[in-house]
Design a protein around this ligand. Sequence first.
Ligand code: GLA
Length: 389
Amino acid sequence: MSAPYVDLKEQFIRIFGSGGRLHIIRAPGRVNLIGEHTDYNDGFVCPMAIEPQVLVACRAREDGKVRLASTVFSDSIVEFSVQEKIRRGEPAWANYGRGVAAELLGAGIPLCGMEALYTNNLPVGGGLSSSAAIEVSTAFCFLTLVGQTMDPMRLALICQRAEHEFSQVPCGIMDQMIVSTAQAGKATLFDCRALTKQYVSIDPKDLRVVICNSMVKHELTGSAYAERRRQCEDGVAFFQKEYPSIRALRDVTCRQIESAAGKLDEVILRRCRHIVGENARCVEAGQALDQQRYERVGELMVQSHQSLRDDYQVSCPELDFLAAEAMNVRGVYGARMTGGGFGGCIVALCQPRSVEMLTGHLRETYKQKYGIEPGIFATTATAGASVLE
Ligand code: GLA
């Protein structure tokens, strides 16, 4: 029998040398079934963890030095120390590690140094949360090496802060939450205000989740995300004037949106309409999934895509094309863009017998239209990050 993770261990030893106790950590990527751009509006999301993942081999160091290497990002080793003030810097990918170390120390967790090698079969920058997977796996490495564990939700919040402070992406809590707390075989309907969750079964006997990567990444991603957040805040400020109890778009009703027409800036109104509608769709879809009413889940996914395309304006022609083509295949319940947008992936829910037809159809039509080979795979819902060895 061949030993597990033997390639990763061999590469680790080639880079850092042999000796000492090696640990292996995994953290999955995620796909969001519905509830997009709602997390930073105190709303609802319904993601699940997926099979592609980040794997890390790590080992403690006595001298407080942290040395990070990656088989994906660069050949050189990044070095910093947990005994000195940790600062952002180049290469950018290592800011996930620096940020997580700084935030764990800030939370009062004493850390030791470490050597870590990251490897990854999760497409980087594909909108499947490779960043959150690196952050959460790094936190697991540090904690494991000092013999500690942490409540997974607390760990997610620490990783989110690391992303805000060190990668300067003002993300919501969805990605780190699901990468850290997911349960195998389940999607999570998550309330981003109360931080409470309800697990919903995704049984591969009844339902398959297919992800199709458009392989495009449009320039706007970073700046447009921050812009959408500001527009949501402008919306909250408007509604607050009339209804002082409103704290976030989560608190705004459909009726309030309708009566704001003509009074609120047209673009801000659209952004708010997406969020208010998307929260309602997400909660309903979570319930419908639980009751195995997959047709209804699919309808809500299609509406979600339209709203992201027309009102929130974070889709792009490639994603619109893939989402529409998926719906032309028999047995597909619903399809929509997933994640932040401006490229990345669509997610489709379908009957098990439709998977092959769906993947073939998307591959063919997309290649014909854009001359690009998309990355397509079906996945089960996996568990959140864990220590494997
Ligand atoms: C990115 C962010 C998440 C969330 C999604 C959009 O993935 O990291 O917090 O806002 O976009 O739903």
